[in-house]
Write a protein that binds this ligand. Structure first.
Ligand code: GDP
Ligand code: IMO
Ligand code: MG
Length: 426
């Protein structure tokens, strides 16, 4: 299976890092590729009890022999990139096998300034962004005033482009947001200071990956963010500014859709979300608090508490559909151990009407209340189980019920954060 996509099926933090690491360890993954988003992502990988977090770097950076690629669809903060590389190297990870697209857009420090002031200006209507400059960098890309990695190697072009990018932005900062304008010379100087260290890593990654696929190499496209945060298919405007769905892999890496063999959605056995926006199965009671506590639901990137709720099979079916999933990887089943019954959302009630599928409009989605089915729980800790047959009968039945409701087969189930705490569904 040479080209595999791993992506988030809910609102992020499903355990994509663990799924990537698992595949990279069990199968020989030659390339691990990020195709969208930036350092707004936070992926946790636990190897032999030691915890690692990746943000901008693909999780494959932890696997010796795997080439990590940051493709053209990603927005790169060089400052965050070097900080992450240095931190990993300080812990003994080589992190020296990294290739970066010349066409990826750059996040400058003015992008995160603008991200933060925009959020403050929105007040109660804020998106709850990570404040990392992701939205403003993608906005510049679409507005055709973005800075690409290759621009850092041509000083005169870079200075012109930074001036053009800041022209309108500085009016906005000074006249609307009442902030100090950004000095284009200083902004360009900062970007130029990263050029020498970046240069040896930069290549035509579309060519590199297509060549690798031609040679039968295995390429893993590691998703960041998730389906419900997709700028087209998510809960707009409470979304990120990129396309984390399967289709985004093609534009984000410069490969054709016919090259992809497997699309694995990662989904939690319950649901979480960080930031603002609708979330039909959200809990505000002791059950929600228990999911948050047992699941350790605190954001890896921003340290914010994640909102928690029950499994939503309408979201699962939607993710299956818009991504053309070939399978799902169900994570964190162990967190549900000990509940007597576990509610699972099977459909929504929208203004008195039953919806089996995602409602067409965001107004309807905001009105959706979950229709639950109660499934029997299992009383015992399952974190030591290593085969599907070892799971208690009710846990197996829970997995099978979710599988039936979600529209695609389950490949594996996570029973703990560790690499080995995974059960293949048979
Ligand atoms: P990502 O952004 O999708 O890579 O996910 P995060 O790393 O942000 O959040 C997932 C969290 O769940 C991390 O703390 C993982 O270590 C943890 N995790 C992943 N799979 C499992 C699992 O099966 N059980 C438990 N208990 N934790 C898991
Ligand atoms: P991983 O890869 C969870 C959310 C933010 C906010 C919205 C927009 O770890 O699953 P942005 O800074 O991207 O403009 O913020 O998207 N968000 C995430 N939530 N996991 C993530 O990444 C996220 N990346 C962005 O909280 O609501
Ligand atoms: Mg995360």
């Amino acid at each position: 299976m040479p080209a595999i996509v791993i992506l988030g099926a809910q609102w992020g933090d499903e355990g994509k890092g663990k799924a990537t690491d698992l595949l990279a360890t069990n199968d020989t993954i030659d390339y691990c590729v990020r195709t969208s988003g930036g350092h707004n992502a936070g992926h946790t990988i636990v190897v032999n009890g030691e915890k690692f977090a990746t943000h901008l770097l693909p999780s494959g950076i932890l696997t010796p022999g795997c080439t990590s690629v940051i493709a053209n669809g990603v927005v790169i903060s060089p400052e965050a990139l070097f900080r992450e590389l240095d931190a990993l190297q300080a812990r003994g990870v080589a992190a020296d096998n990294l290739v970066i697209s010349a066409n990826a857009h750059v996040i400058a420090s003015y992008h995160s300034t603008i991200d933060k002031v925009t959020e403050r200006f929105l007040g109660a209507s804020k998106i709850g962004t990570t404040g990392r400059g992701i939205g403003p960098a993608y906005a510049d890309k679409i507005n055709r005033i973005g800075i690409r990695v290759a621009d850092l190697f041509d000083e005169s072009i870079l200075r012109l482009k930074v001036e053009a990018a800041l022209d309108v932005r500085n009016h906005l900062l000074a006249k609307v947001y009442n902030r100090r304008a950004i000095n284009p010379r200083e902004a360009a100087d900062e970007l130029l200071s990263y050029a020498d260290r970046l240069r040896p890593m930069v290549a035509d990654t579309s060519l590199l990956l297509n060549d690798a696929l031609d040679r039968g190499k295995t390429v893993l496209f590691e998703g960041a963010q998730a389906t419900m945060l997709d700028v087209d298919h998510g809960t707009y405007p409470f979304v990120t500014s990129s396309s984390p769905v399967a289709g985004g892999v093609c534009t984000g890496a410069g490969i054709g859709p016919t090259r992809i063999d497997r699309v694995i959605g990662v989904i939690k056995a319950y649901t979480t979300r960080v930031g603002s926006g609708p979330f039909p199965t959200e809990l505000f009671d002791a059950d929600g608090e228990r999911l948050w506590d047992v699941g350790g639901e605190v954001g890896v990137s921003t340290g914010r508490n994640r909102r928690c709720g029950w499994y939503d099979s309408v979201v699962a079916r939607y993710a299956t559909r818009v991504n053309g999933l070939t399978e799902l990887f169900l994570t964190k089943l162990d967190v549900l151990s000990g509940w007597e019954t576990i509610p699972v959302c099977v459909a929504y009630d929208v203004d008195g009407e039953r919806h089996e599928e995602m409602p067409m409009t965001q107004t309807e989605f905001h009105h959706a209340t979950p229709i639950y089915e109660q499934l029997p729980g299992w009383g015992i800790d399952i974190s030591g189980c290593r085969s599907f047959g070892e799971l208690p009968a009710n846990a197996r039945a829970y997995v099978r019920a979710l599988e039936d409701l979600s529209g695609t087969s389950f490949w594996a189930v996570g029973v703990g954060p560790g690499r080995e705490q995974t059960v293949v569904v048979s």
